[in-house]
Design a protein around this ligand. Structure first.
Ligand code: RIB
Ligand code: CA
Length: 313
């Protein structure tokens, strides 16, 4: 079975970093055609720089990294330094990247890739706000029918919001972009907080990364040491949710996850509910299903996969 072709769209972010490491450590499963950076956790100059740092940490400086949109389609950028720190990758000391950023705009790369690769053979993996994906769909609507699948981290239903009482961060930052994506007609699989909050970085799981004795293992441990303090304080949990690696783990071992094909619409007007993913889990709306909305994960299996693959780097 040939490796699945993917584009990772990302706003690193410690959890994005672990997702990218997992993807780059799994060449038999995934061919990373490119990594497109978007403004989100931190501004674009940092997310694109962080993406390059992560590729070099994985020993894959040949990976193509593109810079995309530096602000949401129609709103001011909201960032999350309170969670990820000023650099977006706070925790360990990191050297500046030496690999070059690609000159092409990320949106052009996404459009051109989907128009030149055979239809239905490229999966988009958004791990941040959906601005780049929506901008690509606006630039070339015909790409919607050529996307194999969009597997994204975002949204919430039973778990409700993490940046407002109603909304998850990635969707909240650019609700108009999310609305465009969820209406585009491409197959969509959603990894919401309902799933990621069941994939917690407990102490033994973090120590397994540190015990690898490798630079990537040490980085993942120190990133999660930093990243988990916010969620543990807020939720009183035993660790932090490793959100974004759920997207990549699904592509490698889909059986780790379960969910329902339902209708998901995005609130773009609500005074208190802006950015909410209105997930029709009980199928009461009569609206057609447009997304596989995940609800559960085998957390031990997820960390087994993560540990096994990251140890390869
Ligand atoms: O709400 C969690 C999401 O927002 C994750 O993708 C995290 O990296 C931030 O982008
Ligand atoms: Ca992210």
């Amino acid at each position: 079975m040939p490796a699945r072709k993917i584009i990772i769209d990302t706003d690193p972010g410690q959890d994005d970093a672990v997702a990218i490491l997992l993807a780059l450590a799994s060449p038999e499963d995934l061919e990373v055609l490119g990594i497109t950076a978007v403004a989100g956790n931190v501004p674009l100059p940092l997310t694109e720089k962080n993406a390059r740092i992560i590729c070099e940490l994985a020993g894959k400086p040949e990976t193509r990294v593109f810079a995309g949109c530096d602000a949401p389609l129609a709103r001011k950028l909201v960032t999350a330094e309170h969670v990820h720190g000023k650099t977006g990758l706070d925790g360990p000391q990191l050297a500046a990247p030496t690999m070059a950023l690609q000159p092409k705009h990320a949106v052009d790369f996404i459009v051109e890739t989907l128009l030149t690769e055979p239809a239905g053979t490229v999966t988009l993996c958004p791990l941040g706000p959906l601005t780049n994906i929506a901008a690509a769909l606006q630039k070339a609507p015909e790409i919607a029918g050529r996307i194999q699948e969009i597997v994204l981290m975002g949204g919430a239903y039973f778990e409700v919001g993490n940046i407002t009482p109603a909304a998850e961060f990635n969707i909240y930052v650019d609700p108009e972009a999310a609305d465009i994506v969820f209406r585009c007609g491409a197959p969509i699989t959603v990894m919401p907080l309902d799933v990621t909050h069941k994939a917690l970085t407990t102490r033994p799981r973090i120590e397994a990364f540190r015990a690898m004795g490798t630079e990537p293992g040490r980085m993942v441990a120190e990133w999660t040491d930093f990243f988990e303090r916010f969620d543990m304080e807020k939720y009183g949990s035993q660790g932090a949710p490793l959100h974004d690696p759920c997207v990549i783990a699904y592509l490698i071992e889909p059986g780790l996850f379960s969910g329902r094909k339902i209708n998901v619409m995005i609130e773009t007007k609500g005074e208190y509910t802006l950015g909410m993913t209105v997930a029709d889990w009980w199928r009461v709306s009569g609206r057609p299903a447009n997304a596989m909305f995940m609800g559960d994960v085998d957390a031990d299996g997820f960390y087994r996969l993560l540990t096994e693959r990251i140890a390869r780097l």
